[in-house]
Design a protein around this ligand. Sequence first.
Ligand code: DQA
Length: 138
Amino acid sequence: MKKIIIINGPNLNLLGKREPTIYGSNSFEDFFNELKKKYPTVELEYFQSNIEGELINKLHEVGFDYDGIILNAAAYTHTSVGIGDAVKAIETPVVEVHISNIHAREEFRHVSYIAPNAKGVLFGFGLQGYELALKSFL
Ligand code: DQA
């Protein structure tokens, strides 16, 4: 069974409540439970943190034996050399996901410290982007 983890960064615990016109009105937990039901042959895990170092620790923890990492580092995407270096340091391939179309938004969101070391990047597909990323590992 393939082991895949979704890692969400800061403020994504507020999905459903936070700026629903941009991020939608579904909570991530509901979406994740549906996804697990839809892909019963995948060992699918979820981790969220608002703390940069915790995201880096999780990448180190899973990054040498999981089959895939789906990472939405949220605002840290655009600022964190540390998370970018962690993605480079690990062996498990990382697919970068963003719910919104970051290239249609403010210029500071056009920069990603993760993309250069990601297997691929998906943005602008809403929560469906996580499923597309999952499919890329199957
Ligand atoms: C986001 C886009 C980021 O620019 C923003 O800081 C987020 C969410 C997205 O999923 O669209 O928090 O990663």
